[in-house]
Design a protein around this ligand. Structure first.
Ligand SMILES: Cc1cc2nc3c(=O)[nH]c(=O)nc-3n(C[C@H](O)[C@H](O)[C@H](O)COP(=O)(O)O)c2cc1C
Length: 413
């Protein structure tokens, strides 16, 4: 199948513009052998390349290109399939945008086109090309430091305490993972996630329960989370607990139960964030809305967890006015290399800013993911990069320190 792949990247400091002619001449020969065609645009700082050809050949070349040290911050913008090539006559051709006016370049590029219909009708690849030539998206070209530019140093002041033991732990336990503001070196919140007694999935426990008792068990289990938080002494931090969306509807007096257990454990409702997962099916919408009102009226706050992965999505956002949104880990994974993921995260940031909803990125594992999200405007993060979840106690947190050789560059980005 004919794959079209479009990416953009930043040229590396040491690369001379003159050397690009040689690069393209070699690329053109190599591409012809593997049946790849396309074009390369350069504006003095950024590359934009369109590659088209057999899927395996384009994928193999793109992996090689991604590893090329002559550029960095490579972001895949488009991966799509087409009936015919857009630039079928050229193995690779370079257009230097600094040498000609944008209209001239655009016309010259389009003159190379070989696909009659695609050049006539709206075509995403060509729209990407026009946007790059007209420099219309430049504010979104976030430049980040290389992955090795930060060290992550364990906070010695946060040595793990002994594990606390409660009778309920025969059936289940809780893993605690902090939500952090890494640059302020601050733990903002702890999230308590239900686990099996040995730290694995709690499914063994839940699978014994019927459809009606599962909601009650979900609710009652939070008593242990509050008791553990009390022993851990989470002080003025918030505690985030996850609930199935229908638990608050199906269990009578669920909010009263939560408030009672919160206060019995020396916490206050304003300190508790109830995270409902967007993946959970919400039926009985009117009852759900009433339960949300009751929850808010008690002082507790509401978060939508796994945002972006489920089916309720934007509709749930309009219905329940959450205080926080936790972006799903699958969207966060490799966000620094994916144009579609970057566009989604930037849209989430924009609408959350309009609605005064705070955004948390979850599942952050790579320094580059964190750097990109931070550059995009997110301050609160959760993930193995900073702290691994710990069973029945608070884990140690690792804070980022920029390495000395990158300190100046960090300030200029
Ligand atoms: C912006 C940019 C675009 C490139 N485009 C191509 C290309 O279209 N075809 C190609 O063979 N190499 C291209 N290269 C060079 C490859 O990264 C790589 O150096 C080249 O394919 C030789 O790889 P090899 O040594 O593994 O054979 C490009 C490099 C850069 C920095």
């Amino acid at each position: 199948m004919l794959l079209t792949l479009v990416y953009r990247s930043h040229v590396s400091e040491h690369v001379q513009s003159a050397s690009l002619e040689g690069l393209v001449a070699q690329a053109s020969i190599k591409n012809e052998i593997s049946g790849i065609t396309g074009i390369l645009l350069f504006d003095g700082t950024h590359f934009f390349q369109l590659l088209e050809g057999p899927e395996d050949a384009v994928d193999a070349l793109y992996s090689t290109i991604c590893r090329d040290r002559r550029h960095h911050n490579v972001v895949e913008l488009m991966r799509d399939y087409a009936p015919s090539r857009r630039f079928g006559n050229v193995g690779m051709e370079l257009f230097d945008l600094r040498k000609h006016h944008e209209d001239v370049v655009l016309q010259a590029v389009l003159d190379k086109g070989t696909s009659k219909y695609r050049l006539t009708y709206d075509d995403r690849a060509l729209q990407f090309l026009c946007t790059f030539v007209q420099a219309r998206e430049k504010e979104n070209y976030l430049e980040i430091l290389p992955s090795g530019s930060w060290s992550f140093i364990a906070d010695e002041a946060l040595k793990p305490e002994v594990e606390f033991i409660f009778p309920e732990m025969q059936d289940y336990s809780f893993a605690f993972q902090p939500i952090v503001d890494p640059l302020s070196k601050e733990i903002v919140s702890y999230e308590a996630t239900l686990r099996g007694p040995d730290g694995g999935s709690p499914m063994g426990y839940f699978s014994q329960l019927s459809r009606t008792t599962i909601y009650e068990a979900d609710l009652k289990s939070k008593k242990l989370a509050f008791a553990l938080a009390n022993k851990m002494g989470i002080s003025n931090k918030t505690l985030c607990i996850k609930l199935l969306p229908m638990t608050l509807v199906m269990v009578p007096d669920a909010v009263e139960f939560l408030v009672q257990e919160i206060t019995a454990n020396g916490l206050v409702p304003e300190q508790i964030v109830v995270a409902i997962t967007e993946n959970g099916v919400i039926t009985r919408e009117d009852k759900f809305t009433a339960a949300m009102k009751q929850l808010k009226a008690s002082g507790m706050r509401l978060a939508i967890d796994d945002f972006g992965a489920g089916s309720a999505g934007l509709l749930l956002l309009t219905q329940c006015q959450p205080d926080k949104i936790m972006i799903d880990r699958n969207i966060i994974c490799d966000v620094h290399t994916s144009g579609p993921k970057q566009a989604v995260v930037q849209a989430i940031i924009r609408f959350c800013s309009s609605l005064e909803v705070s955004v948390i990125a979850t599942g952050v594992e790579k320094p580059e993911e964190w750097m990109w999200l931070d550059a995009a405007g997110i301050c609160n993060f959760q993930g193995e990069l900073f702290a691994t979840p710990r069973l029945n106690g608070a884990p140690v947190v690792a804070w980022p320190e920029v390495k000395q050789e990158y300190q100046l560059r960090d300030q200029t980005l």
